[in-house]
Design a protein around this ligand. Structure first.
Ligand code: ATP
Length: 270
């Protein structure tokens, strides 16, 4: 089960340059995760503990996983991912053990970034109720907290969690010494969208008529993931039409398609 429940990437290839519109979040992640890994000695000499865990919160598809991978890349750390939802749905009864295995694996592979996606699945307020399934979830969360509490002497392991349901989180995991650094990862504003479109069209053969600023303007409310699929869909429309150059009208068609695929988008945020 261990191999299935964890996704290990010994050298993720995402860089900060691949992430659009999250400059301040990148700065915060570097300070909270990268600095303590690269300058552990300095933290010791100054005599402070670095932040224990970083929690990224914001809508799905905004770049939380990318941020965690980019830090791992930058620090030459192993990236080890576990999804909270799988712990409780797929590996019923094994949650606490898998959490233990996760940290054991991280210490074998340090420096390591442990990334726990959808942490709300194991640390939501709902788990305070007393049904038996919840008791198992509760045990998984207690194991995570105890791993984190015994953490200071643990060397070069940093832990990053992500959620898109911040309001549902059990506050116990936000206490000092646990996930004590919160970083909000919002949907991109106009400039963020323009940058994300630039990033995802870097390798594309765009006609001169394509003005990315125009499409950034037309995509208020889109997430990074939706902008990425917009560029792919635009390319698909060109291919269907037998062209090798992507035109402005392909973006227009692609917007309709992406909007139809997800009723959520199109709500202006900025
Ligand atoms: P989830 O909560 O669904 O796990 P997430 O916030 O972790 O989502 P990612 O997995 O990082 O989102 O993003 C999914 C994909 O969307 C990325 O692989 C990338 O192609 C694109 N993407 C998302 N956000 C950005 C961004 N800020 N800049 C560039 N690409 C982005």
């Amino acid at each position: 089960a261990r191999a299935q429940a964890m996704q290990i990437d010994s050298s993720p290839d995402v860089t900060y340059d691949d992430i659009g519109g999250l400059e301040s979040q990148i700065r915060e992640v570097r300070e909270a995760v990268e600095e303590p890994l690269l300058n552990a000695e300095q933290f010791r000499e100054v005599g402070i503990d670095p932040p224990s865990g970083v929690l990224l919160h914001g809508p799905p598809g905004t770049g939380k996983t990318m941020l965690a991978k980019a830090v791992a890349n930058e620090t030459d750390a192993t990236f080890i991912k576990m999804a909270g939802s799988e712990l409780v749905q797929k590996f019923i009864g094994e949650g606490a053990k898998l959490v233990r295995d996760l940290f054991e694996l991280a210490s074998e592979r340090e420096p390591a970034i442990v990334f726990i996606d959808e942490i709300d699945a194991i640390a939501s307020k709902r788990t305070e109720s007393k049904t038996s399934g919840d008791a198992e979830v509760q045990r998984t969360m207690m194991q995570l907290l105890s791993e984190m509490d015994g953490f200071e002497d643990r060397g070069e392991i940093r832990i990053i969690a992500a959620t898109n349901r911040f309001d549902m989180l059990d506050r116990a995991i936000l206490r000092p010494g646990r996930f004590d650094r919160l970083i909000e990862v919002p949907k991109p504003d106009f400039e963020g969208r323009e940058r994300i479109l630039e990033i995802h069209t870097r390798e594309m053969n765009l006609a001169d008529s394509v003005a990315l600023a125009e499409w950034a303007d037309e995509t208020a409310g889109f997430t990074g993931a939706e902008l990425a699929s917009l560029t792919t869909e635009a390319g698909m429309f060109a291919i269907r039409d037998g062209r090798i150059e992507v035109e402005s009208e392909d973006f227009a068609d692609a917007i309709e398609k992406v909007e139809a695929a997800d009723g959520d988008v199109g709500i202006p945020v900025a």
